[in-house]
Design a protein around this ligand. Sequence first.
Ligand code: SF4
Length: 150
Amino acid sequence: MRFLQNHPQVLESIYLLSLKILGLFRSRLKPGSRFERFLIPAERLTKGAVFDCRMCGQCVLHSTGMTCPMTCPKNLRNGPCGGVRPNGHCEVVPDMPCVWVQAWERSGKMPRFGSEILHVLPPLSYDREGSSAWVNHFSEGAKAGPHWKQ
Ligand code: SF4
């Protein structure tokens, strides 16, 4: 799946398509709904395989170069800590490339949402953990990213 992540422009197109298709059902995408019960395992399976998704419920992949910030050992959602190694790897897990170095590089390949990496993201609400990020996206009051209004 690393191949897909290194081609974030493809993932961006898939994201946009998903946004349009699921947008058709936005009135039914409510917390606790049948749709959410279907979407939770679907997200866990697909996003888990592609992004190593941790089901935070407030997906910001479009703002982070299609790189999941929750895979950062420190769960940083607004850029790297001060400990990035000279080779671009993580200070906590030396074999692992820094999630934020990857996010920055991949954002540069995303024509539509690439500049969103410059936006400051809101703090994480842990009460949404395990829920469907798509449902939260379309539900009133669930704001987790700068283009949440779409
Ligand atoms: S940001 Fe949250 S919902 Fe999106 S892939 Fe990462 S853990 Fe999953």
